[in-house]
Design a protein around this ligand. Structure first.
Ligand code: BYC
Length: 336
């Protein structure tokens, strides 16, 4: 769907966004009316500069999360306990790489380039999901990432299939289908371990204890502290708030934890009949912001691995460019 990226500024026939037009009240009114009527905005259409920038920020952060998210699981491909688990894990990690590619392409339709986005990631300027800065200590962590991390990701990403920006919304449809397989394979791996020895069951419980709170923080700061939520909701980029998504995730996950036979590490987790939701304890926001700001347990390692992979892959990009150039020259010669 997104094999042809283009720059909004450079593409002929497309109107570059200028800040004077961005402030034109009539255009703004038409734009908001389109969004309020649940319309989609496409790359060649007028959009406020701030809408474009917000989308570039969110989609590129999302893309970075997908490719950095390959690293903690990638570490376990050689250590998967069976050929079946290894095949599943390879397929999952490969899917995450694919998600990164659709998302970088969707962001490129807004006038940024792959090189700019990667430079921002590699220099530490851009954010990516906090969750990938924690270590994967044993095989149960891989099951828990599938069950909880991908489970949280689906909860956050299903509403993005209705995002007002067309290319992002369409990319999310396929991403969500694949995330659903990721979540199920994780849960199934944990169910298998829970039917095994006491040591295996303890490993699952230990992994859940370490990941639960970090997964709740994935949804972002509470609504009262969320910088971008109200504008993002007005523009139809976000459809459900951070806290509401977090609550939906908790409500959906508690029964799954019961079937699995593990305890979620929150003494305040309790069904509230009046609210029709589970009450829960407070997230450690100080720890979350430390991690988001580069000081989590694995931030430096993740970034170093990513930068090395990019450098090591330079010859592949050079070879692909040389091949494309050769093909183009051949076509020109044949056409002449
Ligand atoms: N980690 O005003 P807020 C995956 C930042 S991939 C780090 O609420 P917004 C998977 C936020 O960026 C999962 N930073 O922001 C892959 C903002 O900072 P800036 C990734 C976070 O944008 C491989 C500031 O905090 N999913 O699942 O309205 C294997 C204030 O926040 C985090 C997406 O990216 C965080 N957790 O809402 C397995 C989904 N949370 O930009 C699985 C798309 C917040 O002002 N993104 N921040 O410097 C979104 O839905 C939204 O951007 C967020 C944040 C809900 C994440």
């Amino acid at each position: 769907m997104y094999t042809q990226s283009f720059s909004v500024q450079d593409a002929p026939g497309l109107k570059a966004v200028d800040s004077a037009a961005a402030e034109d009240p009539k255009l703004m009114e038409q734009f908001q009316a389109r969004i309020d009527a649940d319309g989609r905005i496409e790359p060649q259409e007028w959009m406020p500069e701030a809408y474009r920038k917000t989308l570039i920020r969110q989609i590129s952060q999302h893309a970075h999360s997908e490719i950095v998210g390959m690293l903690p699981e990638g570490n376990w491909i050689l250590r998967a306990p069976s050929l079946k688990r290894k095949c599943i894990l390879i397929a999952k990690v490969q899917d995450e790489g694919g998600h990164g590619l659709y998302l970088y392409s969707a962001a490129e339709t807004l006038g940024t380039s792959r090189a700019e986005m990667l430079e921002a990631l590699h220099s530490g300027k851009a954010k990516y999901s906090s969750i990938f800065n924690y270590p994967t200590l044993n095989w149960a962590d891989i099951g828990v990432i599938g069950w909880l991390v991908d489970g949280a990701a689906i909860m956050n990403q299903i509403p993005l299939c209705r995002c007002s920006y067309g290319p992002y919304a369409r990319a999310m449809v396929r991403v969500c289908k694949e995330e659903s397989f990721h979540q199920r394979q994780g849960y199934e791996a944990l169910l298998t371990m829970m039917k095994g020895s006491k040591e295996q069951r303890d490993m699952v419980q230990d992994a859940v204890n370490r990941w639960w709170w970090k997964c709740l923080a994935m949804f972002g700061p509470s609504d009262a502290d969320s910088l971008h939520s109200s504008q993002g909701m007005k523009w139809g980029i976000k459809r459900i708030s951070n806290d509401d998504l977090r609550q939906k995730f908790i409500d959906a996950t508690v029964p799954q934890a019961n079937v699995l036979g593990i305890t979620l590490p929150d003494p305040k987790l309790k069904w509230n009949e009046a609210r029709g939701h589970y009450d829960h304890g407070e997230i450690d926001w100080k720890e979350f912001w430390e991690t988001v700001n580069g000081n989590g347990p694995c931030n430096k390692e993740r970034l170093a691995t990513r930068v090395k992979a990019h450098k090591d892959g330079q010859w592949v990009r050079d070879a692909a460019m040389a091949y494309a150039k050769k093909q183009e020259q051949r076509r020109m010669k044949e056409a002449a």
